[in-house]
Design a protein around this ligand. Sequence first.
Ligand code: C2E
Ligand code: CA
Ligand code: CA
Length: 673
Amino acid sequence: MRTANGGQRVGSRLFLRYALASLVPVLALGLTLVRSDQQAGLERGLGQGRAQAAVIEQMAISPALGGHDLAGGLDAGERDRLRQATDLAIFSGSVSRLRLRSFAGQVVFSDDGLMTSPLASTSTAFRTAAAGRADVTVMDDDDSAASVIRVLQPVVPSASGRAVGVLEVYLPYAPIAATVERQLQHTYRQLAGGLGLLYLVLGVISWSTTRRLRRHAAEREHQAMHDALTALPNREWFRLQAEAAADSGERGAVVLVDLDRFKEVNDTLGHPAGDRLLQIVAERLRRSLRPHDTVARLGGDEFGLVLRDLCTEEQAVELLSRVREAVSADITLDGVAVSVEASFGIAVYPDHGRDIDDLLQHADVAMYQGKRGTAGVVVYRPGPRTHTTQWLVVQSELRRALERDELVLHYQPILDLATGRVTALEALLRWDHPQRGRLAPDAFLPAAEQSGLIEPLTAWVLDRALADRAAWTALGAPWPVAVNISARNLESADLARDVLRRLAASSTAAGDLLLEVTETAIATDTDVAVAALNGLAAAGTRVVIDDFGAGYSSLSHLRGLAVDEIKIDRAFVLGLTRNPQDRAIVRAVLELAHGLGCTATAEGVEDAETADWLRAAGCDHAQGYHFSRPVPWPELITRFAMPPAVPPQLGSSCGARPDVPGSTTAPPPQKVP
Ligand code: C2E
Ligand code: CA
Ligand code: CA
């Protein structure tokens, strides 16, 4: 496990570094303290010497003197008393040498009888003592080569109470040094103990801090890699695991799992129930897989699995069939028993690829195959891409396109032939595919219609178109918007409710939305479709029959349908000026439309001649490259929203570039028998 052990190692290293770093100031502190303590020790030694000399002066020297200035020398009595008083000290070794000197420096008494001194009377030390202040220093004794303390001390005999000369006394330093050393040792021990304790406390603090930091970092990493609802690893973690597994050189499987009809649970029982369901499914997945398999929540109702070390595809299918069974046991939510079905798509590595994106794509294709068929666990089948697998790829890519916002809407204006004013803009879908470039709707709509994808797709188009309409209205061009509705959308009983909800959400009046439905769409599932369309029409939305005349469908479908407008299929309009049959058909459709109380729109108007003919024939509206190709709506604002309105035949937008490669040519005209 990358996090736990890795984090621990990093934490230990961090702690070690901290421990070493804090050792440096502690040692420096210790060194400074030792230094200053040594200095203090020396001063203590000197102080002791000074005290000892003062005692000698007071107890032995002063009482022996008569009280006169020493410049005059000593009398015999004084000399005897001095000798008696100092002999013992000299003898016991507590004093090395002792001289009594006058202020002028003359030696008047010395323990060894020599009446000279190596210390000049002019030296600072002597002058200090002569001035009444003791001078203490440590030095090497010339005779014994041992260290001595030299003290120069004014002599104040009790008889006179004033200074009469200078006492020059040399004390052996060794015993004083030993005492000082003993005291120092004691201090060192205390210091070492104290510093050790300080270091220990610092260590404990740093250890607990790094531990807390480590735990915090681990928590953060866990959150970044896990899904809050199910506590499962998330998509990022899944990718890492799947990548590592696919690179391992062993055989295994990357599996995508998608719950069927999860949306229904969410819609009918509410989001808390949906969340609960996801938690239960997550738990079931986790429990029914092997300990070394990975299960992650990729988002929504989609889960991802990495099955390591599998020998065969069959093994994967067998394992996942068991998992699927465990997942689909009934779940009681708010007292309602819900059965969840799940589709499993398997891509085996290295057989179906090593690249994680390829594997995921293949697993996705397999999963969609499962959703469309009856098998719940499907292994990806490589091989030449058949029409179906091509579609499956498109479907899986399209689902991502919706998430990644790769879809765009272009708009083509519909104009009033009499006034030249824009009556509406038709939203036409394009897909900016990351690899294949801009795709026209024919390249992907059929695949979307074959899967459940058309619903989110239409929802996206509706929302975007309504938002765009609000934007151009805000710029002073209150044009209605026309949106194409697929035949599959009409099969849903929710369509009317859904459209009305979106209208309300975008604060759009129902009359500003036109829904274009192909003639064939109404023919397929009449009852539900008619109910949906009439529901929308009743709410004020305008219904347009698109591609009219191309579907060979019976006119009876138009009965009982609240239609506002009929769009003549461009197959009849394109060759109209050359083909008398087309003209006859268009005339008939115009008559029919007006007879039903609808307006008629001709689409595919590519030149002024066609526009003129249509106007003369009584056609109400027209749409086509002659006026404008489908373009992003802001272009239409500059071209069509500027008053006064330009008569359509003068509009010179024919040179505009096609927005979709290959959409310039019309399909071959279809003949009505
Ligand atoms: P449609 O609804 O009949 O849209 C008109 C099509 O005719 C557009 O093709 C447009 O570019 C093309 N066209 C417009 N004027 C001319 C012209 O003067 N000459 C020729 N040759 N063609 C012209 P496009 O954009 O490729 O759309 C194709 C079809 O895809 C649309 O046919 C519509 O059925 C469908 N579609 C487009 N967007 C959507 C959508 O958002 N939802 C659904 N369900 N279908 C859509
Ligand atoms: Ca249309
Ligand atoms: Ca059409």
